[in-house]
Design a protein around this ligand. Structure first.
Ligand code: NAP
Length: 327
């Protein structure tokens, strides 16, 4: 273990929430570090296009995340590219342990680790990941130019990705388990208008079949009749929601049944000085703008907490229900 410095705030995760928290924390004068193990921007960086972030009618996810990154860097924010392996709460300070064995001490931690694609859990999915099975159209769509692909899911992500893949592929089958898409009406209409997309309603994928050349077909099942059939395809793109990356949430912090952290409107958890923002937090909608807003809230609340702590005043500002759980 090596000493990695003492911070006012350690932000774990460099998506829109974490980067926004970084901007506000720096502006509040906090000694701040953002730790991101992969690319800054998180899931957004992998989106083909973003059309609903205020001020940008249309921008690629990568470009938007670069703008976020440039903004936070303009304040001289320290960014460490490393994996965090543990967040260890303490009474005097919290500790954030990195994979390189460094331990950062900090008054506050903002957890912004987002979520990961949910898996279908069918035979072939894991084996052929990277050989025709993908969770990212922008990353892998290029390999399927003028080919046939299956997109699984019925939400906004599946609809957006199907539309993106339709620009490249010869044919896109959108396989959805129900008879209505969950995606927003505007995306549903676009899917309907795209002649290269055929929606296979009330259908699930039960197996992904491949040979040395990669994915060849999927086995499908009609959820109403039970009828089985095979559909030839060159690729399978899976967008069936995501699961929260909650493995760094310290024991004792309250989560709901789906693994999302329960916070109050200030993004406070039931542990003083530990905040959770963005897609990891239980909330109504998961959007870039909401993650960014969470980052602002948590940084401002953390700044107040740090100021009170340094002045020696009591800082337990948690509301009664969260406070009881913290004790
Ligand atoms: P989602 O809204 O949770 O949708 C997941 C879809 O996958 C649902 O249609 C669901 O079917 C289906 N599904 C789940 N498990 C399945 C399984 N085991 N087998 C087959 N199908 C399964 O997830 P998302 O589309 O990734 O969106 C996540 C959040 O991000 C949402 O809040 C969404 O609005 C937001 N988002 C917004 C935008 C945008 O505004 N531009 C873009 C992307 C994402 P059922 O419908 O039957 O449950």
């Amino acid at each position: 273990m090596s000493e990695g410095g003492f911070y006012d705030v350690v932000i774990v995760g460099g998506g829109p929430g974490g980067l926004s928290a970084g901007v506000y924390a720096m502006r509040a004068g906090l000694k701040t570090v953002i730790i991101e193990k992969a690319v800054a921007g998180g899931q957004v960086a992998m989106s083909d296009s973003v059309e609903n972030y205020l001020g940008f009618e249309l921008i690629s996810g990568y470009d938007l995340s670069q703008k976020f990154l440039e903004h936070v860097k303009s304040y001289g924010t320290e960014i460490i590219q490393e994996e965090v392996v543990a967040v260890e709460p303490g009474l005097e300070h919290h500790s954030v342990r990195l994979a390189n064995d460094q331990v950062l001490k900090t008054h506050t931690v903002i957890l912004a680790t987002g979520g990961s694609p949910r898996k279908l859990r069918v035979p072939g999915e894991r084996t052929y990941y990277g050989k025709g099975v993908s969770y990212c159209g922008v990353c892998d769509g290029f390999f399927f130019r003028e080919k046939t692909v299956v997109v699984v899911g019925g939400g906004d992500t599946a609809a957006e990705e199907a539309l993106y893949l339709a620009k490249l592929a010869k044919q896109v089958y959108l396989v959805h388990r129900r008879d209505a898409l969950r995606a927003s009406m505007i995306l549903q209409q676009r899917v309907k208008d795209e002649c290269k997309i055929e929606v296979l309603w009330n259908t699930i994928v039960t197996e992904i079949k491949a040979n040395d050349q990669g994915v060849q077909a999927v086995s499908l099942q009609d959820t109403q009749t039970g009828e089985q059939r095979e559909l030839s395809t060159d690729g399978v793109f899976i967008f069936i929601g995501f699961i929260p990356n909650n493995h760094l949430v310290p024991a004792g912090i309250k989560m709901n049944a789906d693994g999302y952290v329960v916070t109050n409107e200030k993004c406070e958890t039931n542990m003083p000085g530990i905040y959770v923002i963005g897609d990891l937090r239980e909330k109504y909608a998961r959007q870039i703008v909401i993650a960014a807003a969470d980052g602002c809230t948590a940084a401002l609340v953390a700044a107040y907490y740090v100021e009170m702590k340094k002045s020696g005043e009591a800082v337990c500002e948690l509301p009664e229900d969260l406070l009881q759980e913290a004790q």
